[in-house]
Design a protein around this ligand. Structure first.
Ligand code: ACO
Length: 334
């Protein structure tokens, strides 16, 4: 998607993140399931993850990240016109989690909705939010990736419980009328519902409403065919990144930071190799957080921004894949 409305664009004017205090290390997991720190590190790159407490739902994490982003943007919550939350661990089936964030931060004038595109969620809402501002419909927005994945994980299943964590990241977007200031260069999104059952929560929805059977068979927890997801992740992320670069006429050498979805260091390395990008330009932080799904990219972006590692004019490439399947990329000029 290119911005065809040449008169408007978007600027990212603030970023933020919120990670709950409680940390679960690989050693802690060794005491819970039949796994080892060594297996988790070598197969995934993860060393620890943050876990929210019972009184910290997804909207609590999202609100924490949103408040930081608002402060950085020097905006009051009441000035915000749109809140979009990317999540697959909503506070409730409905109402949407963005409404809970709205209430928590006091953004009383915002339109709120959530997007369910799993680990591609932030890349999706970056494209959607940018388009809604570029079209002139809204003049600003908070985009939030927020997950309490610990609430949909089977803590007795070693093949999944070691991979995920909780957390949130946020950006404030504002409309700009200056083409020089416009940060959104191009977005590519893709989906393939034929693979919907390789990464999903099988029960608890309208297909198989919550029941004693769902509970007994543990169908309300995330289920995944790890190796199939692995292969598709590498091919879809590399293809989305390549198409984004080609369509926008930007070379991989021009990219300052590739910010990939943080699921597994081996996936990230394989994608970087296909793109032929210097590994020093690939931002990886999953050792500290595990896979926080839609939150990984905005958390990483906030770390880079607050670390002073991005300068005006730098090109950033976000790329992600997730359940659905869904995938996508955004090219940003800071
Ligand atoms: N500790 C120790 N052993 C384990 C563990 C564990 N935590 N988990 C699995 N094993 C064992 C398996 O039982 C298997 O044993 P076996 O050979 O005796 O049968 C062995 O390790 C190898 O298992 P594989 O599944 O083949 O391991 P693989 O190298 O594929 O790594 C992994 C598994 C890490 C899950 C990998 O496939 C992967 O990262 N896949 C992608 C997952 C992903 O990125 N998901 C993100 C999307 S999430 C979203 O969209 C919400």
């Amino acid at each position: 998607m290119l911005n065809n409305n040449k008169n408007t664009g978007i600027k990212i004017t603030g970023t933020g993140r919120y990670l709950p205090d409680k940390i679960l290390s690989n050693l802690d997991l060794e005491a819970m399931v039949d796994t080892t720190d060594e297996w988790i590190r070598t197969r995934t790159g993860i060393e620890q993850r943050h876990i929210a407490t019972d009184d910290q739902p997804t909207s609590f994490l999202g609100a924490g990240a949103a408040m930081q982003a608002l402060e950085a943007a020097k905006l009051n919550p009441a000035e915000i016109e749109l809140i979009i939350v990317a999540t697959i661990s909503p506070d409730k089936i409905f109402p949407n989690t963005a409404c809970f964030v709205q209430k928590k931060i006091g953004a009383k004038n915002a339109v709120c909705f959530s997007v369910e595109a799993a680990c591609s969620g932030f890349v999706y809402i970056m494209a959607i939010g940018s388009a809604m501002i570029e079209s002139g419909l809204f003049k600003n927005a908070i985009l939030i990736g927020a997950e309490k994945l610990s609430s949909i994980i089977n803590w007795n299943d070693r093949s999944t419980c070691v991979l995920f964590g909780d957390g949130a990241g946020a950006v404030v977007l504002e409309r700009t009328l200056s083409t020089e200031e416009n940060m959104h260069i191009y977005s590519k999104l893709g989906s393939d519902g034929n693979h919907s059952d390789i990464l999903h929560v099988p029960g608890g929805g309208s297909c198989q409403p919550f029941s004693q059977t769902v509970l007994d068979k543990k169908l309300h927890f995330l289920a995944m065919s790890g190796q199939e997801v692995f292969k598709l992740a590498v091919t879809t992320m590399a293809a989305a990144a390549k198409e984004t670069l080609e369509k926008s006429g930007i070379s991989i050498d021009d990219i300052k930071w590739l910010i990939p979805h943080q699921a597994n260091t081996r996936i990230i390395t394989a994608v970087a190799k296909r793109l032929n990008i210097d590994e020093k330009k690939v931002y990886v932080n999953l050792a500290n957080y595990g896979n926080t799904s839609g939150a990984t990219i905005p958390i990483a972006l906030d770390e880079l921004v607050r670390g002073g590692l991005i300068n005006k004019g730098d090109y950033l490439l976000f790329v992600a894949f997730g359940g659905g399947l869904t995938w996508g990329a955004n090219l940003i000029r800071w």
